[in-house]
Design a protein around this ligand. Sequence first.
Ligand code: G3H
Length: 478
Amino acid sequence: DGEVYKYYADGEWKKSASGKSVSIINPTTRTPQYKVQACTQEEVNKVMDAAKAAQKLWARTPLWKRAEFLHKAAAILKEHKNPIAECLVKEIAKPAKDAVTEVVRSGDLVSYTAEDGVRILGEGKLLVSDSFPGNERSKYCLSSKVPLGVVLAIPPFNYPVNLAVSKIAPALIAGNALVLKPPTQGAVAALHMIHCFHLAGFPKGLISCVTGKGSEIGDFLTMHPGVNCISFTGGDTGIAISKKAGMIPLQMELGGKDACIVLEDADLDLVAANIVKGGYSYSGQRCTAVKVVLIMESVADAVVEKVKAKMAKLSIGPPEENCDITPVVSESSANFIEGLVMDAKQKGATFCQEYRREGNLIWPLLLDHVRPDMRIAWEEPFGPVLPVIRIGSVEEGVHHCNASNFGLQGCVFTRDINKAMMISDAMETGTVQINSAPARGPDHFPFQGLKDSGIGSQGITNSINMMTKIKSTVINLP
Ligand code: G3H
């Protein structure tokens, strides 16, 4: 009641000197649920100084010890899964069961990162000079991976815990300090997750979590000279960040318009199950959600019927009751989704269900006969609304997919592996799934987007590598 959650700096929980707070609106009740501190730029400066100092010692802490801290944090995180999941339910309306899964997955990710890190970072390379023309065997180059310094992690609202630890754990195992700026919706879950790292006993200042308004500290953080690497997941903001950030490595995962291409020989039940799971899980609020279905005309009626039948079984309501479809994160998001639906309506799309909305809750909707002149053919609703475009050839499907500004993932359904491989090769996306809906996990798989979908590659191993730099020492013999 009126309590403002403290931010985390220098190993302590603190109130901001601003005296101001930011409200977190419960998407279901549409009333304020929690409040977090509105940190100031001066507080950000202090956090950066502390991070820099702590990092120097952390980088010298033996790798096996760094791994031990992470394993401890992972175990504590799993012990705290229920209270953290409760925050996710209240802050981002994630269905209760999925909220618990997110925390457990996060604990597993942290442990895996610790294990992967000791292998990857424990190895270096030795090069001898006489393999390059003109050289004698007189120079020995020893190279190994060293940390970058301070990593700034900015996760999105849809996985405030999991997409935070997917940045935190690789940064820490590699010997970096970490500053987290959680999304406002999901900030309290993130603070609770940080509390688990606090309990694991990491050195003071190494990890911090600053909350506040993007307008106040957003640019200040991303352009801060103390930041040596940014790992960001979210929307268009990422493009703005990449233009403003300094000469530092960036890891960005932005939007997607993941296409699902369905061929005539596909297993249509498998297709329908994956369209429903891929399109409507967490009400479509996943960057890897199926966002456009491209079906060969000859099987389109059958697929649409099967999808409609499965959609009719989805439960719709509050996240506390574990409903499949829950309110989308904010009123502005619901309004945006509605805008796309109305545009499609006006331009003549076929509504497979009646459009229905109550507050932020939008009933799952399949739009058939969508054409390229409709906004929903290209834009990302981030909601439970999915367009179907009927295609006359595979080439047409691949062309639509490649004409998008996005290039995160895509999927193709066919029983012909040769065709699947050829389509995968032709699709300009970071990943193509054959006979399954797009997904980021398992979390050690490489995960990357082309074009406006991102910079760099994620996945545990790639993130560890990305948060390090090669350092060489050359021994010169007389
Ligand atoms: O929202 C973006 C996430 O990286 C997608 O993760 O495929 O596990 O839902 P997911």
